[in-house]
Design a binder for this molecule. Structure first.
Ligand code: ATP
Length: 135
């Protein structure tokens, strides 16, 4: 078994009285999820999350590391992957897509994210994040 680790965040904004989450569609697999990516050497989890969100979407964030949830899956046979997700508040709203990895980006109303997200484990994390945001 090989092990992979990525870090990212559930990025939100308040817009016209609603809360929206930032969702991305991956180029190759076509699944909808949250921005994230692999940890570089000597990088902390929060540094990875902020860097990957900026690289993939052009959004600058304020991270809330008191929210730290792990999604685990097997991207390929014999590979177990952990993705650490923090919560993050967007400082700017206009995204700029990284074309190599990302097919589409959209802000989705909190009530509709489960209909867009591809994987159940991501939907579970989204539910936890929603509770934190609306506290
Ligand atoms: P990273 O953004 O960490 O560099 P990546 O772009 O290499 O990752 P992943 O997003 O991990 O790739 O996707 C690799 C494979 O795992 C794809 O086939 C994808 O459909 C699948 N996958 C992605 N997220 C999940 C998930 N939450 N649960 C199950 N399978 C997933």
């Amino acid at each position: 078994m090989t092990y992979e680790k990525s870090c990212g965040a559930i990025v939100y904004r308040r817009h016209h009285g609603n809360i929206e989450l930032l969702l991305i569609k991956h180029v190759n697999s076509g699944h909808w999820s949250f921005p994230k990516g692999h940890v570089e050497p000597d990088e902390s989890e929060s540094e990875t999350a902020s860097r990957e969100i900026m690289e993939e979407t052009g959004i600058d964030v304020i991270l809330d590391t008191s929210f730290r949830e792990i999604v685990t899956y097997y991207p390929k046979k014999e590979t177990r992957k952990n993705v650490i997700y923090f919560l993050a508040k967007a400082k700017n709203f206009d995204f700029k897509k990284q074309d190599e990895e990302i097919e589409e980006i959209k802000w989705v109303d909190m009530g509709n994210v489960n209909a867009v997200l591809t994987y159940e484990n991501d939907k579970t994390i989204a539910e936890k994040a929603k509770k934190m945001i609306t506290l």
